[in-house]
Design a protein around this ligand. Structure first.
Ligand code: DMJ
Length: 452
């Protein structure tokens, strides 16, 4: 086994120092934080009542669904770190026992490599960080080993599907978010197990993408994992590329890795040069051709609202603030955000809102880094709108159309993992859990940054 920096860091990180403590906050903030926590608990109780043992709660029909033939327990695993952040220790222990004693990942089924990496592996590794329970680390390692065959491709970029039992893979075309967003989960697994194989596979995948950037320094959206050929040439920072960029920055911070730092620096310069644009004095990031830098369209998705958080974390507070203002204006126009929007024609292209966290995540980062109360006001607005339009008698649900606010019947696992966590963090401000001391994965699982 190769001794790497990861192993050295593993012995120096004190997990015991990673327990969140509550800060003093104002009475109003405390009240909002308590309300968010009790709404989390209400939704979690609905999951336990109507969906226990399954992946997802259907909060209107009060039933459940699984992502694949057999459940992977995705909602509880994804929700775990939010329970710890909120101090819901009894509920967290219940999930810990469920994972340790009940879950078995030896299933002859294909799973989406990206989705289970960010939710299941990320959730399990975070659970180990909080518990130091060797049974949980064994589960995380077992799951990580089952994902590793996905990386056995011509480029090292993981295949779209992997079979959890046989290791068979399929799906040669992936978008960059799917191909390049596993550094945090795989890297933390390496840190905790002392086995660098996971980090090395994830790093190879991200750098395989980066090395195929155009002469302008831009990447496309979809790539063939066997040949390394681009499937398209549309370049942007949004949905389907998003967490590839997010992980270059966050992983260089979390693992203090110079190669990833270089890749981030070489990426952000062309993004600002070719993709950023002013429209009616608002800052937007549209889609351009990766070879020429020419504008392709002005279509964005609500996922793109993660970018102010990334800019703020990188130290670019000015562009972070300006881009957040653009998203906030869109939210204020509809009371929630539409899934796909053309900012050039000011037209909704897909009207759903699925309880997504990104705009809230960015409000949180900006609130944390600037202390400007306007970001707390934004978060208050978002929370009140979610309460008004997405709340059901037992939990919260997706919205079919932000114009009519018609409800669907699905509570995403990231609502418990991310949306409620970031909202809570704005108002509760727990000590030790913030972007200076932790790196939050793209699913908002917090991982402590080791000291120097
Ligand atoms: C989450 O599952 C993750 O944040 C992912 O990276 C993309 N966005 C969804 C929530 O909107």
């Amino acid at each position: 086994m190769k001794i790497t920096l990861i192993m050295l860091i593993a012995v120096t990180v004190s997990l015991a120092a990673c327990k969140p403590k509550e800060n003093k906050t104002s009475e109003t903030d405390r009240r909002v934080a308590d309300q968010i926590k009790s709404e989390f608990l209400r939704s979690w109780n609905a999951y336990k009542t109507y969906a226990w043992g399954h992946d997802v709660l259907l909060p209107v029909s009060k039933s459940h669904m699984d992502w694949y033939e057999n459940s992977l327990g995705i909602s509880p695993i994804d929700a775990y770190s939010t329970m710890k952040v909120m101090g819901l220790d009894e509920e967290a222990s219940l999930v810990q026992r469920y994972v340790a004693d009940t879950l078995d990942f030896d299933k002859d089924q294909f799973v989406k490599t990206f989705e289970v990496n960010i939710r299941v592996l990320g959730g399990l590794v975070a659970m180990y960080q909080f518990t130091e329970d060797p049974k949980i680390l064994a589960k995380a390692e077992d799951f990580g080993k089952r994902l590793l065959p996905a990386y056995q491709t011509g480029t090292g970029i993981p295949a779209y599907w992997v079979n959890l039992r046989t290791g068979a893979i399929k799906g040669d075309t992936v978008n960059l978010a799917e191909g390049g967003s596993s550094l945090i989960e795989m890297g933390m697994l390496s840190r905790f197990t002392g086995n660098s194989v996971y980090f090395d596979a994830a790093k190879k995948a991200s750098l395989a993408i980066h090395s195929r950037r155009s002469a302008l320094g831009l990447v496309g959206e979809n790539i063939n994992v066997q040949t390394g050929q681009w499937v398209d040439s549309s370049s942007h920072i949004g949905c389907c590329i998003d967490s590839y960029y997010e992980y270059l920055l966050k992983s260089y911070i979390l693992f203090k890795n110079e190669d990833l730092k270089k890749a981030w620096n070489e990426s952000i310069i062309p993004i600002q040069k070719y993709i950023a644009e002013e429209v009616d004095s608002s800052l937007w990031y549209g889609q351009v051709n990766k070879e020429t830098g020419e504008l392709v369209n002005r279509v964005v998705t609500l996922y793109d609202a993660y970018f102010p958080a990334v800019l703020a974390l990188s130290g670019d507070l000015e562009n972070a603030a300006r881009y957040q203002d653009s998203w906030n204006e869109l939210w204020m126009k509809y009371g929630l955000e539409p899934m796909v929007y053309d900012y050039g024609n000011e037209e909704i292209l897909h009207p759903a809102y699925n309880l997504n966290p990104e705009i809230i995540e960015s409000a949180y980062y900006l609130w944390f880094f600037t202390g400007d109360k306007k970001y707390k006001e934004m978060a208050t607005q978002y929370w009140n709108d979610i309460l008004t339009f997405c709340r059901t008698d037992v939990a919260f649900t997706n919205i079919k159309d932000v114009r009519t606010k018609e409800q669907k019947d699905h509570m995403e696992t990231f609502f418990l993992a991310e949306t409620l966590k970031y909202l809570y963090l704005v108002f509760a401000n727990p000590e030790g859990i913030n972007p200076k001391e932790c790196v939050f994965s793209t699913e908002a699982h917090p991982f402590w940054i080791p000291g120097d």
